[in-house]
Design a protein around this ligand. Structure first.
Ligand SMILES: Cc1ncc(COP(=O)(O)O)c(C=O)c1O
Length: 359
C-alpha cells in the first residue's frame, strides 16, 4: 500500500528507497480506545490492518476527527529520534478539545510514537533525505446518528516513508492566492488540525494547479486581504538582506494552524541572528514590497514541507516573482539548520529531539 502527503512540493517523481518506496506505509499501527466508562486504553502495537466500521460511525457523518503529522529521523549513531512529539501531543489535545473529543494523554501519545518508530524503523534507510512520517488520527468511532459528542473514540497511529525535503535546493513553489473562498473564519476551527478543514480547500487546490501553481495561499475570511497560511504550511517573509535581514510571519489570529515548524523556525532564526516579527501582512504589501525588492525571500514551513522557497505568486491576474525566483540565502540557511537539527547534527538546546528507546 502506498500513500502520499502534500509537501507543497512540485512533483519530483521522488526517489526510491532501498526497501520500500517513498510513500510506502510501514507495517505496524498503534491503537488506543476511549469509552466514557473506561477512559483511555493503553497504546497497543499491532500489524497494520483495515478498520471495520459500522455505517453509522459518528465521524463519517458529523466529522469528529482530528489529525497530527510529525516525523522521526535517523540519528548519527544509527538510532532514531522523533521531532517535538510532545508539542504535537499538546496540539492534538487542543484540536480534540475544540471538537468536543477526549484528549489523548501526552505520555500515551509519546509512548505510541515510541512503539511505532521502534517497530518500523527498518523501513528507513540511512539516507538523510528520508524520514518516517507519523500520522496520528483520533476519531469518533461510536455508531450513533445523533449529532452530539460521541461516547467512544479511537486513536490510530500509522507511518510511512517520506522525502525529508523535496527535490533539490533550486526548487521553489509557485503559489496561487485564493480570493473568493475561505479556509476558516473567526471563531471557527482554523487553528485546530481538524479533518474537516482540508476537504473544503481541495477545490482551490485544483484551481491552483490549473493556474500552474503547486499551492494555495489563504487570506483572512473577513477582509480577504490578510495573508494567513498555505494549504499545509505557514509562511515567512524575509525583509532586507545580509545582516539587516529580518523575518516576518503572520501573527496567530486563531484562524490558521499554529505550526510547530513555524515555532521551531522562529527559535532557529534567533540563533542565526535574524530578528523575527509576528504581524499581519496584507497581500497588497507582499506584492508591493516584493516588487520594490524590500521582501527579498518568502518561504513556507511545515512538517512535510520542511522549509520551501516560494518563487512566484499568481494573484488576481497579476504574477510576481520573489527575488530571482529561487531559494535565497536566508531560506537555505534556515532549511539547512532545521534539517541538521532533525538529524542530530547540531546542539539541541530546547530538547526537541525525542530519542526512541530500542525495544
Ligand atoms: C493547514 C496547515 N498549516 C500549517 C501546517 C504546518 O504545521 P506543522 O509545522 O506543525 O507541520 C500544516 C501541517 O501540519 C497544516 O496542515
Amino acid at each position: 500500500m502506498t500513500s502520499s502527503i502534500d509537501t507543497g512540493a512540485p512533483a519530483t517523481g521522488s526517489g526510491l528507497l532501498a526497501e520500500g518506496r517513498v510513500g510506502s506505509f510501514t507495517d505496524h499501527m498503534v491503537t488506543m480506545r476511549w469509552t466514557e466508562d473506561e477512559g483511555w486504553s493503553r497504546p497497543e502495537l499491532g500489524p497494520v490492518r483495515e478498520l471495520s466500521l459500522h455505517p453509522a460511525t459518528a465521524c463519517l457523518h458529523y466529522g469528529q476527527s482530528v489529525i497530527e503529522g510529525l516525523k522521526a529521523h535517523r540519528q548519527p549513531d544509527g538510532g532514531m529520534a522523533a521531532f517535538r512529539p510532545r508539542a504535537h501531543a499538546r496540539r492534538i489535545q487542543r484540536s480534540a478539545h475544540r471538537l468536543s473529543m477526549p484528549e489523548v494523554p501526552e505520555d500515551s501519545f509519546v509512548e505510541a510514537i515510541e512503539q511505532l518508530v521502534a517497530a518500523d524503523e527498518r523501513w528507513l534507510s540511512g539516507d538523510p533525505g528520508l524520514a518516517l512520517y507519523l500520522r496520528p488520527v483520533l476519531f469518533a468511532s461510536e455508531a450513533n446518528l445523533v449529532p452530539r459528542p460521541a461516547v467512544e473514540y479511537t486513536f490510530v497511529l500509522i507511518g510511512f516513508v517520506i522525502g525529508d525535503y523535496f527535490g533539490d535546493d533550486t526548487d521553489s513553489l509557485a503559489v496561487w492566492v485564493c480570493r473568493d473562498q475561505s479556509r476558516s473564519a473567526p471563531g471557527g476551527t482554523g487553528n485546530a488540525k481538524y479533518a474537516g478543514n482540508y476537504a473544503p480547500t481541495l477545490m482551490a487546490h485544483r484551481r491552483a494547479k490549473e493556474a500552474g501553481c503547486q499551492q494555495v495561499v489563504w487570506l483572512d475570511a473577513v477582509e480577504h486581504r490578510w495573508v494567513e497560511e498555505m494549504g499545509s504550511a505557514n509562511l515567512f517573509f524575509v525583509r532586507g538582506t545580509g545582516a539587516e535581514a529580518e523575518l516576518v510571519t503572520p501573527e496567530l489570529t486563531g484562524t490558521f494552524l499554529p505550526g510547530i515548524t513555524r515555532d521551531s523556525v522562529m527559535a532557529i532564526a534567533g540563533r542565526l541572528g535574524l530578528r523575527v516579527r509576528q504581524e499581519r501582512v496584507s497581500i497588497e504589501r507582499w506584492h508591493a514590497e516584493a516588487e520594490a525588492g524590500l521582501i527579498t525571500e518568502t518561504f513556507a514551513v511545515g512538517t512535510a514541507a520542511v522549509v520551501t522557497a516560494v518563487g512566484k505568486v499568481v494573484d488576481d491576474g497579476f504574477t510576481w516573482t520573489i527575488g530571482d525566483g529561487r531559494p535565497g540565502p536566508v531560506t537555505q540557511s534556515v532549511h539547512q539548520t532545521l534539517v541538521d537539527l532533525h538529524h542530530g547534527l547540531l546542539p539541541d538546546p530546547d530538547g526537541w529531539l525525542h530519542r526512541i528507546p530500542r525495544t
